[in-house]
Design a binder for this molecule. Sequence first.
Ligand SMILES: [Zn+2]
Length: 248
Amino acid sequence: MEEKMEIIRNCHLITMDRANTSYENGAIVIEGEKIIDVGDEFSVTAKYKDAETIDAGGGIVVPGFIDTHTHSAMTLFRGMADDLPLMDWLNNHIFPAESKFVNREFVRDGALIAAAEMIHSGITTFLDMYFFQNEAAKVFKMAGMRAFLSEGLINFPTPDMKSPIDAFDYVSNFIENWLNDDLISPAVAAHAPYTCSDELLVKSRELADKYNIVFNIHLSETENEVETILKEKGKRPTHYLNELGILK
Ligand SMILES: [Zn+2]
């Protein structure tokens, strides 16, 4: 079956290709799910006479934005305990609220809001660290977004993992469920150097390597973290992780 062809025209097109090409009166040709041509509107529309056209109203058209760090379902905690130092916010507000409220439904609803907001602001791809990512994966797939989803591994019980030991089976299951999906890419997350033991950090990295998938972690977020790790480990957080072999 022939794929449907569409042209987005009447736009200032910024391609972000290597030569940084842009077209003041540009057009994009899409066949099925793929962009097959871009260029000056006049020459593109002449080349694909049968395609349906979408008028972009003279707006700017750019490739989708990529957000490299999100906790998408936390849309439901927005405004809670704002403007506090990170450790106070996490330990006295967010971690307790997560253990009380976060479950499958919470993640599904929070992810739905996040999907709507990201699409509205032009984000098409993102890297997320949170819990119940199987639920989030279903939401983002339905929304047509590209999502790198990781379960936050941490040294205390979380809403969906009773201990870091159970966590590895749970996370491996999640990874295997989505490994070959065209939109969802499973990833591995260790929460941070100040919430994960050496063993957990090393095992998390090994898990990412085993499946050849993205690894992500919070690192050197605050002055307090740098001072604490320096005191406990005798080195700054980045050196500490590097010596553990996490940053390769
Ligand atoms: Zn974060």
